[in-house]
Design a protein around this ligand. Structure first.
Ligand code: C2E
Ligand code: MG
Ligand code: MG
Length: 706
């Protein structure tokens, strides 16, 4: 309400009329027409105050009074309005430096959603205007009615009312229809079947059956589907309707609204491509290979037929790159990837696992057949590659592991193919090696290690370390993640990655999870009593998530340690959820009904869709550290993934956490994206619980108000 009674007062700092018209067009598109004043000199900027202006939009670049100067002039003053920087485009470094200089936001031309959000934030931070006097006359009521209708017709959503009978004909549809589909409201009202006809043929049946079901039961109608617009292009609609009964209690109308979610759907698809395909070669990446290996292994178990995994690593490739440069290195990798896919005959079975390493899945293949394929691949590599008219010779080594002889789990098979490739390399490269136990000296130790782990759990020798999680906007500590450690007499502090997979495969997981829950709850309760309530997040692995007793174990840990459930959070990986989605949904609902929060860990490494997240009672999403660490890399690929995942997480109403923040530049860039929380070595390494108070006392991060 206050927005209408109190129109926006925006000031643009520009040096050319073109820049001004760009800003004006964006404001217009957000529904703030003719509310803009232009200034272009320092003397006009200096007196700007919150009392007369809601937001300053500083255009970048501006040789006269650039955003840096505007920020300098205004940001130190308590009564100054917020300054957002507006530009056609920004580099990551520019965004970071503007945010560090105090910019309220960095807005790209055309990103009206972000502009609207920035305005809302700016205005909500401003003192409330005096309350208007209420309308007293019939004229005022009619005026309000007009505003009401105008509002319905201005919001970025289509609203409709249709008859809840078999004709489904439209009684009212708002004029947003024209921009969303190219059809006018008149076209729509004149043609009762038009909605059904324009539904995408693959979506039509399920949409109509949901609609009928809603009309029959009186329940809410909700569906996301594709519709063909006037030109025949696909638009994605999210349609949410309520069934309105008539005087006889039967469904009479469906009243609802539609959002155009085409952009989000396209972004999801391109994110999926980024997550599962290597950008340089177009081949599947390691994550997709692991998923495919998992299903191929399941199939091989069922049919009893062998499956070979082949890993191919380029020999001394680092030296080649150091000599010829990264660009030539990329060309070589692209060329060899093409040759490899040609020899295999099916690019879907080939993957780029990391820089100079490829994987190949060979279903129905024993060791001899795989060795044969490996040798053909190596032969294909013998022809030199022309790089800048120079013939370059590259050799490779191939390692092979076969299921079930060398293992029937993906982790084991990958590790053993890797051990084989190292052995082939040790022989001088350019050859194939099939796995043999002497390549993998760690394996026999596992049995001994398991015995020791069991004794350590019984003796309560394991400890928890805690890593702080911070809020980027408020600069506060909002919680900690509990990370398990095993202090071992000979091995030193054993990290969880070395023993949790072992415990997962044996019966040790439940005692281990119970132990972690109790320790974390006890410590968090102690912090609460010390007057410093710090919520704690506990990792729960796939095995424990699908254990029906997990709910009892969590309840018991909360009860015996008298911990407020909202101070406990459970982290689960997306791949753990995917193992049994239905059971996971039940467990997660059980946990949230107790008040415990759920976070999806390592997001981006599994295959879940965002649709899945929408269905689960999840409140937080943690972007996997591999992407966050990769932001410091040169390609910008990981930065794009982190940025899109952050945006999509926000669209789903989730808190987004970036883990693995190792340097200040990454931290600043994440703040500039609007990422909510961060965790990583740059902020703090995991530490014993007793050290936490000391760290908080000396760090730049304050405690959040509880
Ligand atoms: P996670 O839950 O994703 O935990 C984050 C991991 O990243 C931790 O490794 C942490 O020490 C590390 N890390 C944090 N900041 C940075 C950084 O800036 N750079 C880098 N390179 N790494 C960073 P850690 O402690 O070795 O734990 C590894 C994984 O083991 C955890 O990944 C979690 O999945 C699992 N885990 C840890 N504790 C438990 C537990 O109590 N129960 C279960 N089931 N799993 C656990
Ligand atoms: Mg975690
Ligand atoms: Mg993680």
């Amino acid at each position: 309400m206050s927005a209408r009674e109190n129109p926006l007062r925006a000031v643009a700092v520009i040096d050319s009329p073109q820049a001004g018209s760009g800003i004006a067009a964006d404001l217009e598109a957000c529904g703030f027409g003719s509310c803009l004043t232009y200034v272009s000199g320092e003397d006009d900027v200096r007196p700007l105050a919150r009392a007369s202006c809601d937001i300053v939009l500083a255009c970048h670049p501006n040789p006269k009074v650039g955003p840096e100067r505007v920020l300098e002039l205004l940001c130190a003053r308590a009564d100054a309005p917020p300054v957002a920087v507006w530009a056609e485009s920004f580099t990551d470094d520019e965004m970071v430096s503007f945010v560090k200089a105090g910019a309220h936001d960095c807005l790209r031309s055309g990103d009206t959603r972000r502009l609207a959000a920035a305005i809302e934030r700016a205005r909500s931070a401003a003192p409330d205007p005096p309350a208007p006097s209420p309308p007293t006359t019939a004229t005022a009521a009619a005026e309000l009615e007009d505003h009401h209708r105008a509002l319905i017709e201005e919001i970025p959503a289509l609203t409709y009312v249709c008859w809840a009978d078999e004709t489904r004909s439209v009684a009212y549809v708002s004029p947003q229809l024209l921009t969303m589909t190219g059809y006018s409201t008149r076209d729509w009202l004149a043609e009762p079947d038009i909605w059904v006809e324009r539904l995408h043929p693959e979506d039509r049946d399920h949409v109509l059956s949901r609609y009928r079901e809603a009309c029959k039961t009186g329940s809410r109608f909700f569906s996301e589907y594709r519709l063909l617009d006037r030109e025949g292009s696909i638009v994605w609609w999210r349609d949410e309707g309520r069934v309105m009964p008539g005087p006889d209690g039967k469904a009479r109308f469906v009243r609802g609204f539609v959002l155009d979610v085409t952009e989000q759907k396209l972004a999801e698809e391109s994110l999926r491509r980024m997550r599962f395909f290597d950008q340089l070669t177009g081949l599947p990446n390691r994550a997709l290979m692991q998923l495919r290996l998992g299903s191929a292994l399941a199939e091989s178990k069922e049919t009893g037929r062998p499956l070979a995994l082949l890993i191919l690593a380029l020999d001394r490739f680092r030296d080649t790159v150091n000599t010829l440069g990264h660009h030539s290195g990329d060309e070589i990798v692209r060329d060899l990837a093409g040759r490899l896919a040609d020899t295999i005959g099916d690019a879907e079975r080939v993957a780029r696992l990391r820089g100079d390493e490829f994987g190949v899945l060979l279903p129905d293949s024993d060791a001899d057949f795989a060795r044969n394929v490996g040798e053909r691949v190596l032969k294909g590599f013998e022809r030199p590659i022309m790089v800048e008219r120079l013939p370059i010779e590259v050799t490779a080594s191939v390692g092979i592991a076969v299921a079930p002889d060398h293992g029937d789990e993906s982790e084991v098979l990958l590790r053993r193919a890797d051990a084989a490739v190292q052995a082939a390399r040790a022989l001088g490269g350019g050859t194939c090696a099939v796995y043999s136990p002497e390549f993998d000296p760690h394996d026999p130790e596992h049995v001994a290690l398991l015995g020791e782990l069991r004794r350590a759990v019984e003796a309560d020798d394991l400890v928890l370390h805690y890593q702080p999680k911070v809020d980027l906007r408020h600069k506060t500590v909002v919680g900690v993640e509990a990370l398990l450690r095993w202090p071992h007499a000979k091995r030193g502090m054993v990290p969880p990655g070395d023993f949790i997979p072992l415990a997962e495969r044996t019966g040790l997981m439940r005692p281990l999870t119970r132990l972690v829950l109790h320790k974390a709850a006890r410590e968090a309760h102690q912090w609460e009593r010390d007057g410093r309530a710090i919520p704690v997040a506990v990792n729960v692995s796939a095995r424990s998530l699908h254990d029906p007793l997990i709910l009892d174990d969590v309840a018991e840990a909360l009860r015996t340690n008298d911990l407020d459930p909202t101070h406990l959070q459970i982290e689960i990986t997306e791949s753990a959820v995917m193992e049994d989605e239905a059971r996971a949904a039940i467990t997660l609902s059980g946990l949230t009904s107790k008040g415990v929060g759920i976070s999806i860990d390592d997001f981006g490494t599994g295959f879940s869709s965002l649709r899945l997240l929408r269905r689960l009672p999840v409140s937080e999403l943690k972007i996997d550290k591999s992407f966050v660490i990769g932001m410091a890399g040169e390609t910008g690929e990981d930065t794009a993934i982190v940025r899109s995942t952050n945006d999509l997480g926000h669209n789903l109403g989730l808190t987004v956490v970036a883990e693995g923040v190792e340097d200040e530049w990454t931290l600043d860039l994440l703040s500039a994206f609007g990422c909510d929380l961060a965790q990583g070595y740059f902020i703090a390494r995991p530490m014993p619980g007793a050290d936490l108070a000391g760290w908080i006392a000396q760090s730049d991060w304050r405690m959040a108000e509880s």
